[in-house]
Design a protein around this ligand. Structure first.
Ligand SMILES: Cc1cc2nc3c(=O)[nH]c(=O)nc-3n(C[C@H](O)[C@H](O)[C@H](O)COP(=O)(O)OP(=O)(O)OC[C@H]3O[C@@H](n4cnc5c(N)ncnc54)[C@H](O)[C@@H]3O)c2cc1C
Length: 348
């Protein structure tokens, strides 16, 4: 079988690895010109961590883990509101890593047979009786048996196969930003703990990574249908200007567009995850939002489930149907939990 995967993120890389190890021919196209930078902090747990273990990559993931012994809540002026040790049984089966580190680990584990092309996307896809002609944006037409959209929340493959994003995107009423910054003084002052700062309608997270780098997370409530700002950095300064303690220093180090993640907090809900020989994977069909802390994990679990079905089922439509049948109930339950969390995620 020959498969073209669009998107070399968490889901796409994991699927490419499974398929290539099963002897399938894989072309993987990624819009970004190279591997991503640090990105943002994410927790890998549950079925996602199991999937990493099944790939034989758990020890490596743990090597890149950021271990924070405590979670400390502060009010918007930095006064401590509560302190919790992060040492229960759940903590043992949770690995906190930068998205960039996870993508690097998955990328390093790719078999050399995978044809990985950076700086490329899919221009068009035309399906006939026994395959698809997928036009890559360099003009090359790839004849494949299966096209996989693993291209995230704003998936191009979803748009090509199913139509505009707005039909499937449910916004949860927040905008979010995240970046990694380098500043020794602030980082050291935070010790070995994750700090959450809460203000009216907003929350800021600061995760010390090592001696001089820390990862940030900003989440604030927005009006329904509020558009994304033209200048995310200026918007962050405006939104968080009344927040004190370390926040002004975090904002001073806010990077430009390439290294700043800024987006809506959204879920993707689809009536079906595949159409003909095109199937969606990860956030493209099941985004559950950062509020659940499960999106990357379920993207990894989805990649494993899809590979497993393609391995054991005789034909592609049956494999795609069984992949969705297996995963959809879990995804829908997590999405419902995410919506419930959104109700009181940050103080009103
Ligand atoms: C701030 C934040 C915190 C989060 N915290 C957690 C957490 O704690 N735990 C957790 O499990 N999840 C968390 N998530 C969610 C998690 O990051 C996503 O669910 C996960 O990355 C989805 O994986 P994916 O491979 O589907 O998409 P992505 O990881 O987004 O990868 C998509 C890839 O496709 C590429 N691409 C996009 N468009 C195109 C195109 N047109 N052509 C070619 N390539 C394209 C992108 O460049 C990218 O490489 C968090 C998300 C955010 C934003």
């Amino acid at each position: 079988m020959r498969v073209l995967i669009c998107g070399a993120g968490v889901a796409g890389l994991a699927l490419a690895r499974w398929l290539a190890r099963d002897g399938q021919e894989v072309v993987l196209v990624e819009r970004a010109p190279a591997r991503p930078g640090a990105g943002y902090m994410l927790d890998c747990r549950g079925r996602g961590l199991d999937a990493v273990e099944h790939m034989g990559l758990l020890a490596e993931l743990r090597e890149h883990a950021v271990d924070l012994a405590e979670l400390v809540y502060h009010d918007q002026d930095g006064a401590e509101l509560g302190r919790f040790a992060d040492d229960g049984p759940e903590a043992e089966r949770t690995v906190s890593v930068l998205r960039g580190a996870l993508v690097r680990i998955l990328g390093d584990a790719l078999p050399s047979t995978v044809d990985l092309r950076y700086g490329r996307t899919v221009g068009a896809a035309l399906e006939d009786g026994d395959g698809l002609d997928v036009t890559v944006d360099d003009g090359i037409v790839e004849r494949v048996d299966l096209l996989v959209g693993a291209d995230g929340l704003h998936s191009r493959i979803r748009a090509l196969a199913f139509g505009p994003e707005e039909q499937f995107r449910r916004d949860l009423g927040f905008h979010t930003a995240a970046y990694v910054m380098r500043e020794a003084g602030t980082t050291r002052s935070l010790g070995h703990a994750l700090h959450m700062i809460e203000g009216s309608g907003l929350q800021v997270g600061a995760y010390p990574l090592d001696t001089d780098r820390l990862a940030t997370l900003f989440v604030h409530r927005v009006r329904p249908q509020e558009p994304l700002p033209q200048d995310p950095r200026a918007e962050l300064r405006r939104r968080y200007e009344a927040t004190g303690w370390i926040v002004p220093r975090l904002l001073e180090h806010c990077p430009g567009p390439g290294e700043l993640y800024f987006d809506r907090v959204s879920q993707i809900e689809m009536p079906t995850w595949s159409r003909g020989r095109t199937v969606l994977l990860g956030d493209a069909c099941q985004a559950m939002s950062l509020l659940t802390g499960q999106g990357a994990g379920m993207a990894l679990a989805g990649a494993e489930a899809l590979a497993q079905q393609l391995r054991s089922e005789g034909d592609i439509p049956a494999a795609l149907a069984r992949y969705e049948y297996e995963l959809r109930p879990v995804v829908e339950r997590m999405q419902a939990e995410g919506r419930a969390l959104a109700e009181d995620f940050v103080p009103v």
